[in-house]
Design a protein around this ligand. Sequence first.
Ligand SMILES: Nc1ncnc2c1ncn2[C@@H]1O[C@H](COP(=O)(O)OP(=O)(O)O)[C@@H](O)[C@H]1O
Ligand SMILES: [Mg+2]
Length: 188
Amino acid sequence: MPARQDGQDGASVVAAHDVTRRYGADATLVDALRGVSLDVCAGELVAVMGPSGSGKSTLMHALAGLDKPTSGSVQIAGIEITGMDDAKLTQLRREHIGFVFQFFNLLPMLNAQENIVLPLTIAGEHPDGAWLEELLLRTGLAKRRSHRPAELSGGEQQRVAVARALVTHPTILFADEPTGIRVSRRLG
Ligand SMILES: Nc1ncnc2c1ncn2[C@@H]1O[C@H](COP(=O)(O)OP(=O)(O)O)[C@@H](O)[C@H]1O
Ligand SMILES: [Mg+2]
């Protein structure tokens, strides 16, 4: 990885210690995570690999503060999120986390640009115009900004989801199988 210009190399942006996540009970009990510990530093690219059902999404949701682990601790940007109330967690996610969901979760009634700036709109903030234009250019969506998701290809929808995840300048970007949708659709 190239060295970052902001001097943050080496700082831990995500740290997990002994995280477990148990779903269901009795006959449907699943231990999706059994004691996962990891550290991700600024500037680092980490790939989580494993077969379908092995707990990748569960882990990413726990690391991004979207789901609460059954036990263990998670720190984001050096801040302990275990036990944090929902309002504080929302604030922290808004400040530090970008998440590209497996199925994108775009809002069908909003166009591409409105979907991209949605995290800011919800927070009552205005997008940084230059950054928005750069994102639209870098994702190749400048000419598709007024299209709704149903009028975009799968790959274009994916790029809207990527731009939306980056619009807040997150400390860390999570991407949950962002290239998997076409396969899922074909199979599903
Ligand atoms: N909400 C849920 N309720 C019950 N079981 C779940 C839930 N979400 C995931 N699981 C189970 O946890 C395991 C891990 O799922 P997941 O993290 O989605 O795997 P992956 O992303 O690696 O495909 C699977 O066996 C799945 O059935
Ligand atoms: Mg998954």
